[in-house]
Unconditional design. Sequence first.
Length: 333
Amino acid sequence: MKKIIAIIAGGDSSEHDVSLRSAAGIDSWLDRDKFIVYTVEISSKAWEAHLADGSKSPVNRHDFSFMDNGEKIKPDYAYITIHGTPGEDGILQGYFELLHIPYSTSNVLVEAMTFNKFALNQYLKSFGIRVADSMLIREGQTVSDEDVVTRIGLPCFIKPNAGGSSFGVTKVKTAEQIQPAIAKAMKESPEVLIESLLVGTEIANGVYKTKDGVHVLPITEVVSHNEFFDYDAKYNGAVEEITPARLPEETTERVKKLTAAIYDIIGASGLARIDYIISHSKNAKGEDIDIINLLEVNTTPGLTPTSFIPQQAAYAKIEMRDMLSDIIAVKLS
C-alpha cells in the first residue's frame, strides 16, 4: 500500500518562496509507485494542503490531517523543506515528535543547534574543526565599531545568526558600515553573528544517511560573480557552480572525511549540506597546503533542480528519486 508523504514548505521567514521551489523539486522526484504526495504550505496565518485540482484544504493541526474530495488524509511521513523557521530550527520537528509522525530531517536538538551558527561553530570547534573567529550580539545589546575591528578585524561578515539563504548578510569593509550592517541583520534574526573573513575557495558538500550508512556526495566549487555568495548569487544565477570541485585529490578526500565526521558528531540524519572555505597556506617546509574551514551546516538544503545536491547526485549517477526513497525508508518502514 502506498504511503502518504507530505512535503512541508513555506514558513514565515524571507525564505518562504525558496522553500516552495524546493518543494516543487522534491514533488517532481518522489516515486509515485511508492508514494501519494501532497505539498503542505504553512505560515503563521494558515496551514493548507495543496490538492490536485488546484484548491487548498486547511490542515487540522491537532493530528496533521486534511480533507481531499471528502476523504480524511493523514500523512504517514513529513518531508520538511522549510528553509528557516519553523522547519530548520527544531520547532516543526518537536510538533511531529508529539504526533509520532516520522520526518526527513535531524531531531529537535540537532536542528536547533545547526540553525544557530554561533552555537554550532563553538561546539564543533571543541572537536578541532576550524571555524572563523566570531562574536555574537543579541537584540538589545550594542557593540562599538572599535571592539569589532579589534576582536574580529576588517573586512568581516555581519549576518543573522539564524537563517539560510543569505538574507541580511553584509560584507563589511569599513568601520562606518558596521552599525548599518548589524541593523540589517537584526531584521532577519534577534541574534547577529560578526565573523572574520576567510579567503579561499568556497565549496559545498552534500551528505545523507540511508539504512546502509552515511553517503558523502561529490563536492561543488562555488565561484560567485558577486562580492560574495549572497542571495542573488544563490538563486538568480550570479554564480558558477563546478562539480566536481577543482581540488587536489588529497584535499577532496580530506573534505569528504570531514563531512562524514561532522555529520556523525552532531548526530544528523536525512539530507544535509556542509559548506567550507579552503584557504591556502604553506607549512614549515614551504610546501603549499590546503586548510579546511567550516562555514556552516545546512540541514534542509535547497532542492530545486539546479541546487547543489541534485548537481552532485547527477555527477555521482545517483537518481534523486532513489536518494529520496532511501532517505524516507530510514524512518518509514
